[in-house]
Design a protein. Sequence first.
Length: 223
Amino acid sequence: MSFLLSVICSLSIGIAGLIAALRFGSINPVYRPFIYYTWLAMTNELVSTVLAKTIHSTAVNGNIYVLCEAFLLVFQFRKWGLFERYRFIYHALMILMGITWALENLVFYSISQFSSWFRIEYSFILVLLSISLLNRQILGDKGPLLKNPVALICIAIIIFYTYKVLFETFWLYGFSESRIFQSRIYMILNYINLFSNLIFALAVLWMPTKHRFTTPSSSAVPL
């Protein structure tokens, strides 16, 4: 895959970010962590593009970005009421991710090099949270899923981060040593990233403006 095509796939998150920026004043505030995530992702992709062409390394900004990404998305699940009954799970997950990131980037490895353990951990956590909330949406929301922004975001997260777990596992166990294999799994990751980002954009279009967000079997989440 060419560098230009890879950049285009990565920057496709900007579609959701731009729509969110245009609708920001009217979108229900409960979705703001996700909106901030789209802006952060777009900024990081722009920075990565510049660094890849200049110093030929995106490790430092990439390692910082994945921590912010993990915290924002898990916080979004909290805003959606997923941890309403078991709030200690939210705090435990945040602490776990913070400790794992610190150990990996500041103790065992360096922040200036890529490593996979934290990426596998938080991707797996996001997939589990998305499956749990998607199941709640399916059981409690009788409307079409394609017009349910929460369900759309969960579906996109499941698709992208499930493959990301596999992708990072390949790297961790050295399966990427073959240049052909490396190129193919990276190409698939970019196409999945593009597809997921387009789903994110559709979700932003359907984000409600007036009614309070509710989750099945729970009361409205305080904004």
